[in-house]
Design a protein around this ligand. Structure first.
Ligand SMILES: *Cc1c(COP(=O)(O)O)cnc(C)c1O
Length: 447
């Protein structure tokens, strides 16, 4: 292997070098504020048992630093991992960056469902099946999580029922078809199947739906059926845990590149792909091997980390979830229908929120038209098609690269390209036709 070949572009890990344990950041940070139940008391594991299997509840709470990945899960993950890490040479050229400003990206869109979400869907389906559960309910915003779980369900022999946020259901018929291909049942949320859905439809029959509402519906079905559990694609500690393969692989691949990032960037909805990439670097910083800044990029129209409050809040509109200490815009927040559907969530991972609150991790907010502008430039330069969500990381990377270039600083940037945009061409079309507007939540202005 020619590690010192400075023209190398792709940094390929062999299957045998894929990490076989997840990294649990809870081992390396202050005690997390507990989840609270409806009465405001610390939630007990038994209360979570109505919707989650024991292994995942254990992963939610444990302070064990490394957790072995079951062999059956590794076997499935290995069909699309390790994921590639690439130096974005052509994109650097397109941006006119000087030689001392370098951009690398780690790509999670290789699996058919098209994003990092498969990394958690597979272990979640596995642990539920192990606990004797036959069906999983879930919500999906943009469709990626539902797709990932549908795929995992078909691989592991579980029934999957998906509550898809209304606006996404209408905008993305191919996502619905994708899920149905893998045998899932897909509903436009809100539905008449749940108490919470019926209540909302009564007062607001034309609602575009929200992720929070879809969560409430999926949780209600799971909580009221003993053979059914609920599965969440982001936010919770066990989901973040499953995503840490991304950062662990990235560290090994950046070693192959003989480069150390000065800044690690990811887009942020509920925080799972960003944390999955960034937390292993947080550990590396604690070990004194990295000085990387860690930067989460979110939409200006739904700026949870940069515009929300750090406080207890519910994960869903109907207050069915426990309350979590996190950055939030309020559980009844209805974000504008921006196209990066996966970034429309009102809250954020409690783990990531705590590390942003403590100043260990930074956040920035970007306009969607800048995201599409740089996503297109990236597409043309790198022969890739980023998901609109992922384009927030690209826009933030460009900001950082340009700032370094202007100041004459050496700067190595690593960003997470969380998924592909093959199902998001309507959003690109809207951008190409000049139909997209920018909304800034903090100032209330549109441009
Ligand atoms: C769901 C999704 C996101 C946002 O979710 P996180 O939990 O913040 O990672 C980002 N990118 C893609 C491609 C997604 O599918």
């Amino acid at each position: 292997m020619s590690c010192n070949d400075t023209h190398k572009t792709r940094f390929v890990l062999e299957e045998k070098d894929m990490p076989t344990a997840w990294y649990n950041v809870q081992a390396d940070m202050p005690e997390m504020p507990p989840y609270l139940d409806g009465a405001g008391e610390p939630a007990r594991p038994e209360q979570l048992a109505a919707i989650f299997p024991p292994a995942l509840i254990e992963q939610e709470m444990t302070k064990e630093r490394y957790i072995d990945i079951p062999g059956a899960v590794l076997d499935i993950l290995r069909t699309f991992r390790p994921s590639p890490l690439t130096r974005a040479r052509m994109f650097e050229q397109a941006l006119g960056l000087p030689d001392n400003v370098k951009i690398y990206y780690k790509y999670e869109g290789i699996n058919a469902s098209g994003s990092h979400k498969a990394n958690s869907a597979i272990p979640q389906a596995y642990y539920n099946k192990q606990a004797g559960i036959t069906k999983l309910t879930t919500e999906t915003g943009a469709g990626q999580w539902g797709s990932a779980l549908s795929m995992a369900g078909s691989q592991l022999g579980m029934d999957i029922e998906v509550f898809m946020v209304g606006v996404s259901y209408d905008q993305k018929p191919y996502r619905r078809i994708f899920m149905e291909n893998y045998g899932a049942k897909v509903h436009r949320s809100p539905t008449n199947l749940t108490n919470v859905g019926r209540a909302v439809l009564e007062t607001d029959p034309d609602t575009p739906g929200t992720l929070g509402l879809a969560i409430s519906e999926a949780v209600e079905i799971a909580a009221t059926n003993p053979d059914t559990n609920y599965s969440l694609g982001s936010v919770l500690n066990h989901v973040i845990l499953h995503q840490t393969l991304i950062g662990q692989e990235a560290i090994l691949q950046m070693e192959l590149a003989e480069a150390e990032p000065d800044i690690v960037i990811g887009c942020c909805g509920g925080g799972s792909n960003f944390s999955g990439l960034a937390f292993p670097y947080y550990k590396r910083r604690l070990d004194g091997k990295s000085k990387a800044r860690l930067l989460a990029a979110e939409p200006k129209s739904c700026p949870t980390l940069t515009g929300g409050e750090y406080r207890y809040d519910y994960g869903d509109e109907a207050k069915m979830t426990p309350q979590m200490m996190m950055y939030t815009l309020g559980h009844d927040f209805v974000p504008p229908g921006i196209h990066a559907g996966g970034l429309r969530y009102h809250g954020d991972s409690p783990l990531l929120s705590a590390l942003v609150h403590s100043g260990d991790i930074e956040a920035t907010a970007v306009y969607q038209t800048d995201c599409f502008k740089y996503a297109l430039m990236f597409s043309r330069a790198e022969a890739m098609l980023p998901a609109p969500e992922s384009s927030h990381a690209i826009a933030a990377a460009v900001q950082e690269a340009r700032a370094a270039a202007e100041e004459g600083r050496d700067c190595t940037i690593l960003f997470g390209l969380s998924g592909h945009g093959f199902f998001d061409l309507a959003a690109y079309d809207a951008y190409n036709q000049g139909k997209l507007q920018d909304f800034d939540f903090k100032t209330g202005t549109t441009r």
